[in-house]
Design a protein around this ligand. Structure first.
Ligand code: PHE
Length: 337
């Protein structure tokens, strides 16, 4: 090849590049001229066949051609790179930023609860969300005429299949599968036919707790465990009070309030001036429940409690509307990292 021929090829290549419009055409020309098997690398490889005297001039011309083709390609926005020699990247730019995800507030409350109760010897038990009548009601001493068994309160699928209304059936499953002592918490989803508003949702989460032993267990044991949890979860200065209540599966039964973590009991908007916030139901396991799972109530005693995960998350993080927890709105969620 003569130098003149080389100049012709160069002019032709630059004309082609100048005429190329679509990115794919530019890329095709990049491959054609400066790609691994392109004409310019081929010429460089063939340099040894050029007569020795002509080589310097020829080499210079080829390098000039390559430089011009590359800058023409770069001007067209090609990711110009040839022979792996020059990298078209600005190494002084900062790296690509990827945002770190954060855990959902409900997940955080569940994990933190498991950790706190774990310190007290509780393990985590699990159960299905689709339950039968026995585990969700009968074994929990809840009679057929109880309002919670009604179709207007519970999602039923036929006569013996329902979406659990509470995590208490996991108590039943755990006791039927194990011998005392038992010390478990059972976090999970629960379902009720509630109309969804700022504080209710048809699907919500509970954490059930159960302690059963062959040595006597008392209401004071229950209170001390919940008091420990209150402080660990909500902060020092938060304690618990029990109010008498009724649950079919516990006797005596109580509702559990935490001192308001915002005003520490003085009264504020968060606690509606009462100084207390209701968080859980609890009590001593009813002897009838023990009989249903095949335990002898003369031999064992225990307590159970159940609290709402949303409730804890809402008071802990100051979330005014339960629906925010389900909307996956990043403007809300990313604030809670
Ligand atoms: N399961 C009860 C509820 O959903 C809460 C509870 C659990 C009460 C355990 C007592 C003992 O309201």
């Amino acid at each position: 090849m003569t130098l003149a021929e080389l100049e012709n090829m160069k002019a032709e290549s630059l004309r082609e590049i100048a005429a190329a419009g679509a990115a794919a055409d530019v890329e095709a020309l990049r491959v054609k001229y400066v790609g691994r098997n392109g004409s310019i690398p081929a010429l460089i490889k063939a340099m040894k066949d050029v007569p020795k005297d002509d080589r310097p001039a020829f080499g210079k011309a080829v390098q000039a051609w390559r430089a011009e083709v590359e800058s023409a390609l770069a001007a067209k926005g090609a990711g110009a790179q040839s022979g792996g020699k020059s990298v078209d990247a600005d190494l002084t730019l900062p790296g690509r930023w990827r945002s770190l995800g954060v855990k959902h507030p409900l997940t955080r409350v569940i994990e933190e609860s498991a950790e706190i109760f774990g310190r007290l010897g509780f393990t985590v038990a699990d159960g299905p969300e689709l339950e039968n009548r026995f585990n969700n009601f009968t074994a929990l001493n809840t009679p057929p005429h109880h309002p919670s068994q009604d179709r207007s309160d519970t999602f039923w699928f036929g006569d013996d299949c329902l979406l659990r209304t509470q995590t208490s059936p996991v108590q039943i499953r755990t006791m039927m599968a194990n011998k005392p002592p038992i010390r478990v918490i059972c976090p999970g989803r629960t379902y009720r036919r509630d109309t969804t508003d700022a504080t209710h949702s048809a699907n919500f989460h509970q954490i059930e707790g159960l302690y059963v032993d062959t040595k006597p267990v008392s209401l004071a044991d229950l209170k001390s465990v919940l008091a420990y949890f209150a402080k660990a979860m909500m902060g020092d200065g938060v304690t618990v009070r029990f109010r008498p209540h009724f649950f079919p599966f516990t006797e005596p039964s109580v509702e559990v309030d935490f001192t308001c973590h915002v005003c520490k009991g003085k009264g504020c908007n968060v606690c509606k001036q009462s100084g207390w916030i209701e968080v859980a139901g609890a009590g001593m396991v009813d002897p009838r429940v023990f009989r249903h799972v095949g335990y002898d109530p003369e031999q064992v005693s225990g307590y159970a409690f159940g609290f709402g995960v949303e409730r804890i998350a809402m008071i802990k993080y100051g979330i005014p509307d339960i629906r925010w927890l389900y909307e996956n709105d990043m403007r809300f969620l990313s604030q809670l990292g």
